[in-house]
Design a protein. Structure first.
Length: 241
């Protein structure tokens, strides 16, 4: 079989600064490099630093990336996009116009007698209880309706830049403690007979084993340029140089 790839936390900002454009070019180069080897690419949340689709408007950035993804989908590669904490509203443009399959919360699938659980992971740590409440508020249908109806897109993007924070200054957390809680979460999924648990969000590439099962954190494309790949037999953590 061809490979399945897992990428998270690219955090492309809605701007055309050199910092953003260089990382986007790096990602497109990576996609070109793997397209002959890939059957499926799963973005494990936060491809953008902010994404929201209004009724008739989408953010006017990163068209070249969408063109590349559309080309790959046309050539038979499946593209999955799981919502992250910076993905407030994935809708018709991504699904209908580009052809990306957008998944809310988690994506589970089986292949080659292996069972996968994939999610961005925001709110999964026990110490992240405050965020879980905010997530319910921000992702609610009422909040989405109010934002789409009463906030002009230009203003909405400005608000998002203020509230989401720049991808260059993502929040400082005790990664050693969070890493342990994410591994504990993975073990609960192993008990449900999942062989592989793949998460993002931490910006911390990790591959840990538990009784033959594997937990992978995909890291990020800000500092590490890390990703996961399953070749039909084994799951690996790799880095794109």
């Amino acid at each position: 079989m061809k490979n399945i790839y897992f990428i998270s936390d690219v955090h492309l900002a809605l701007d055309r600064e050199d910092y953003t454009e260089k990382r986007k070019k790096h990602l497109i180069d990576f996609l070109k490099n793997i397209e002959d080897k890939a059957s499926k690419i799963i973005f494990v949340g936060d491809l953008f630093d902010f994404w929201f689709e209004w009724y008739y408007v989408i953010p006017g950035y990163h068209f070249d990336l969408f063109v590349k993804l559309k080309e790959m989908i046309t050539n038979g590669i499946e593209i999955i996009y799981i919502t992250g904490n910076h993905d407030f509203h994935l809708s018709d443009f991504l699904t209908i116009e580009v052809g990306i399959k957008c998944i809310d919360e988690s994506y589970c699938f089986d292949t080659n007698e292996k069972k996968f659980f994939v999610a961005h992971g925001d709110g999964y740590a026990k110490i992240d209880s405050g965020y879980r409440l905010l997530k319910k508020i921000f992702r609610s249908k009422i909040s989405n309706f109010l934002f789409k109806t009463f906030i002009h897109p230009d203003l909405g993007i400005k608000i998002a830049k203020l509230t989401s924070g720049s991808s260059r200054k993502y929040r400082s957390i005790d990664r050693s403690k969070w890493r342990g809680e994410y591994f504990d979460f993975a073990k609960t999924k192993f008990k449900e007979n999942y062989n592989y648990v793949i998460l993002g969000h931490l910006h911390d590439p990790v591959l840990e084993e538990d009784k033959g099962n594997l937990y992978l954190n995909t890291g990020d494309w800000i500092n590490h340029f890390s990703y996961g790949v399953f070749d039909g037999e084994k799951l690996e953590l790799k880095y794109y140089k």
